[in-house]
Design a protein around this ligand. Structure first.
Ligand code: 2NE
Length: 264
């Protein structure tokens, strides 16, 4: 896969997705967001991948949201992707939340605006002690009406989530840890070893158990979509059973299926 605004590498069960616009503090264009959907989809389907790490290039920023320099009347300018940036952003958030594997945000610096949303929707956030967190929408005339508000409430509570969104303040990594916004804060030079440790621990666990747990955590708040993910997660396991294969085999062999032995 060829990318121009992200880096994507897979090694030892870990897919690393890096937003690669350090000169812009890893702010995203329509192209960046489109490429993120491609990489995350690949990580979803690749059976060799057990954990996904999302991060930003350089040591200043994880991601500072949508690139404000390409905003014009009606929204963000787009070049390759058919979808408007703000719609594609929700697709990335949905992929992060739905990919049946743990996704770790490696927060190496500023996680601001839509970049903050990305870390919020990840399953885990491991932060450098230099990282800064915050929303920026109401300052620049934007907002995230989806997971960026809903999941934030679930992480830090309603009052704090409103404070973060309405006031657009910045919070240190320690403050983020104290309010339950991140899982771990380490000195900057230990960020990679800490992320590697989490990856190793996760790769030792049952992938199916983690998949079903991830869907279970979202089932209640995600309504029909959440129940669908939980159900479809179970369906892939059912496909492996003799009972399910009897239905498929009977169709291929042009005979009536015999499910009687499964009626226990
Ligand atoms: C993050 C922050 C506070 C850092 O400040 P500082 O002073 O450390 O760095 P500086 O100089 O502001 O940034 C370095 C370079 O990155 C660019 C800057 O323009 C600057 O470029 P040069 O002037 O050196 O050429 N840069 C940083 N963030 C950018 C951005 N988002 N768009 C374009 N260029 C950016 C400070 O940089 C800051 O406040 N950044 C803006 C944060 C922000 O407003 N994000 C957008 C929120 S809305 C959103 O993300 C969104 C949406 O509207 C719709 C859907 C999904 C998401």
């Amino acid at each position: 896969m060829e990318f121009t605004e992200i880096l994507y590498e897979k090694k030892d069960g870990v897919a690393r997705v890096t937003i690669n616009r350090p000169e812009k503090h890893n702010a995203c264009t329509t192209t960046t967001v489109y490429e993120l959907t491609q990489a995350l989809t690949d990580a979803w389907v690749d059976r060799c991948v057990g954990v996904v790490v999302l991060t930003g290039a350089g040591d200043k920023a994880f991601c500072t949201g949508g690139d404000q320099s390409i905003r014009e009347e009606g929204g963000y300018a787009g070049t390759v992707a058919a979808l408007p940036l703000e719609v594609a952003w929700q697709q990335v958030s949905t992929l992060i939340r739905t990919i049946p594997k743990p996704v770790i945000a490696r927060v190496n610096g500023y996680a601001i605006g839509g970049g903050h949303v990305f870390h919020v929707v990840c399953d885990f956030s491991i932060a450098s002690e230099n990282a800064k967190f915050g929303q920026a929408g109401p300052r620049v005339g934007s907002f995230d009406p989806g997971y960026g508000t809903g999941d934030l409430v679930r992480a830090v509570g309603l009052k704090r989530a409103k404070e973060i969104w309405f006031l657009c303040r910045q919070y240190t990594a320690q403050q983020a840890l104290d309010m339950g916004l991140v899982n771990s804060v380490v000195p900057h030079d230990q960020l990679d070893s800490e992320v590697d440790k989490w990856c190793t621990d996760l790769l030792e666990k049952s992938p199916t158990a983690m998949k079903m747990l991830k869907y279970a955590f979202h089932a209640e708040t995600d309504g029909v979509a959440g129940v669908t993910n939980l159900g479809v997660g179970g369906l892939s396991m059912f496909y492996n059973t003799e009972e399910s294969l009897e239905g498929k085999n009977a169709f291929i062999e042009r005979r009536k299926p015999d499910f009687s032995k499964f009626r226990k």
